[in-house]
Design a protein around this ligand. Sequence first.
Ligand SMILES: Nc1ncnc2c1ncn2[C@@H]1O[C@H](COP(=O)(O)OP(=O)(O)O)[C@@H](O)[C@H]1O
Ligand SMILES: [Mg+2]
Length: 279
Amino acid sequence: MKIVSLINMKGGVAKTTLAVNIADYLYQRHGKKVLVIDVDPQFNATQCLMSGNEYIEYIKNNNDTILNVFDRNIRPSISFTEGLTESFPKNLEEIVPYKTNRGFYLLPGVLDLYKLEMASGEGREFRIKNYLTGLQETYDYVIIDTPPTPSIWMTSALLASEYYLIPVKPDPISLTGIDLLNGIIYEKMSNFGNKIKCAGIVLTVTEENTSVYKNAQKNLQESKVWKGKLFSKSLIKRTEIAKKQLEQKFILDIDDSRLKSNLTSIVKEFIERVGENDQ
Ligand SMILES: Nc1ncnc2c1ncn2[C@@H]1O[C@H](COP(=O)(O)OP(=O)(O)O)[C@@H](O)[C@H]1O
Ligand SMILES: [Mg+2]
């Protein structure tokens, strides 16, 4: 099982878009067993995979979310038949992800993660890692979509992952940000004595014939830090992607051969860089 976090300290760089579309492509075109974990309290990946009504039903019926991985506290709950009771946390191995309409699996995100962050909770950093330990045989790829803020959620995603993948927009300011990112990841992981590898950088929301894009490519290719890290194809800018996301549609559903062929190349390179399931 290969576990990869998509990470960037900036929001709006297509982390979520790339995460769900790589997952979708791995499942639809490569027949891989895929789980997406949505660790971002803004749960955009979940919104790409479940309609509002589906999500409300899902939560109402007490189905599992990322909250079950993090929240191990016993909490009082009120039941109509039994009055005030205590609800016990689930064991990690009892957590059941949602089978999406696309066919692959999702451990949905939830806004309540924000509340948890304020409560004390030592050792939460290893929860995702511990959760995934029991699932080695179940999935080929686990893709973790992370929030843009350095937080326990980001740390726990990194600690669970063998690789991180950086989506970045080609403008100069965004590019400076990723140099900082590498340092922060390195520092966070060495605090835990943990190692994680960079799977590469994917340029996103690109306009391929512009000088901004070409300069970004050149700078990354020539940079000592990022040598060999840049994916050869980028996620090109298409407003259709944003529109279709609201209807739980993916790049494979869009009639745009250039967009699809770039995704084909990105996923092929993703598999080459991250490797296949070695089980
Ligand atoms: N290639 C693209 N072309 C146009 N819009 C895009 C593209 N990729 C993402 N977007 C849009 O940009 C916004 C931010 O993308 P998102 O994936 O949510 O970024 P992040 O997860 O980094 O915050 C979303 O509205 C998304 O639909
Ligand atoms: Mg996001």
